[in-house]
Design a protein around this ligand. Structure first.
Ligand code: C2E
Ligand code: CA
Ligand code: CA
Ligand code: CA
Length: 280
């Protein structure tokens, strides 16, 4: 009813204008988010399938924007941050905050069961030649052993610029930092590329896990078999049901992450789980 009396072009034009202005508002507010202390990090446990213990955690950014009236999803603002370049200071802040948190937990003796803390790296960050220097300076400053840090790079980003990324991955590996390919199965990498990437782990994309039982089951099994034949460990993300847990455990998946176990949570809450040495 709101479009009554307008032709298709006018409606289209209005929608485009609305989208563009929403994006501009997002971008303008995002630039101020850092100074305004509106960003925070949540941590989602990753569970070892064999022991039921928390073996790692993934760092996920949260933005509570006062001007926009509340939480904005990273699905919405990360792409805007990438296109506008805000991802550079934002990504730096994420790494800094996460590494400092990991170092503090380690000093408190809470990281003994933990293999690593995983941080998402965006397309822009992989092109940033400063990235490796900054990460290494951060590890030096905090004293965090590099093996406790894992970087997650999506399969799509890796495949955009294979040769440059192989060089970057080698630098990351040489620094002792772990590497995980995120959203695996959605980015069309061949076995040949996988062998050339110096990586430690694949994360089966949520869309396949979601589709268990269903076609996702066969795909998940194939990814697990392939990963193990290449000596990589496998994380299933987006695990929500008992049925998925049973299937993935049976299929030999190494690590699981998802709402079935725990949602992403603030540092204080994750710290409680670490102190309790919680078993699932
Ligand atoms: P991702 O890296 O694939 O992260 C996993 C997403 O799945 C997270 O969404 C997480 O909250 C959600 N998730 C976890 N378990 C379940 C489950 O069982 N069911 C369902 N339905 N969802 C689950 P979130 O936090 O909204 O983040 C979305 C995406 O935004 C991330 O996808 C990642 O691509 C990006 N992102 C988040 N934080 C950062 C960051 O610090 N840096 C960068 N570059 N990207 C980030
Ligand atoms: Ca991720
Ligand atoms: Ca993912
Ligand atoms: Ca690993």
């Amino acid at each position: 009813a709101k479009n009554k009396g307008k032709n298709a072009y006018e409606v289209f034009h209005e929608e485009m204008a609305h989208k563009a202005s929403k994006r501009l508002a997002l971008e303008a507010n995002l630039r101020k988010a850092l100074q305004n202390n509106e960003l925070s990090l949540h941590y989602q446990p990753q569970i070892d399938v064999r022991t039921g213990r928390m073996r790692g955690m993934e760092v996920l950014i949260r933005w509570n924007c006062e001007a926009l009236g509340g939480a904005v999803s990273p699905v919405e603002f990360i792409p805007v941050a990438e296109e506008s370049g805000v991802i550079v200071p934002l990504g730096r802040w994420v790494l800094q905050t996460a590494v400092r948190q990991a170092a503090a937990w380690r000093k408190a003796g809470l990281m003994e069961d933990i293999d690593h803390m995983a941080v998402n790296v965006s397309a822009c960050q992989t092109k940033d030649t400063q990235l490796m220097y900054e990460v290494q300076a951060l590890l030096m400053e905090t004293g965090l052993p590099p093996r406790l840090l894992e970087l997650e790079i999506t399969e799509g980003v890796l495949m955009e610029n294979v040769n440059a990324n192989i060089a970057l991955l080698h630098k990351i590996q040489a620094a002792g930092i772990h590497l995980s390919i995120d959203d695996f199965g959605t980015g069309y990498s061949s076995m040949a590329y996988l062998k050339r990437f110096p990586i430690d782990q694949l994360k089966i994309d949520r869309s396949f896990v979601n589709d268990v039982p269903g076609d996702g089951a066969a795909i998940a099994k194939a990814i697990i078999a392939m990963a193990h034949s290449l000596n990589l460990s496998v994380v299933a993300e987006g695990v929500e049901t008992e049925e998925q847990v049973a299937f993935l455990a049976d299929a030999g998946c190494d690590v699981m992450q998802g709402f079935y176990f725990a949602r992403p949570m603030p540092a204080e809450e994750l710290e409680v789980l670490l102190r309790e040495r919680r078993l699932w």
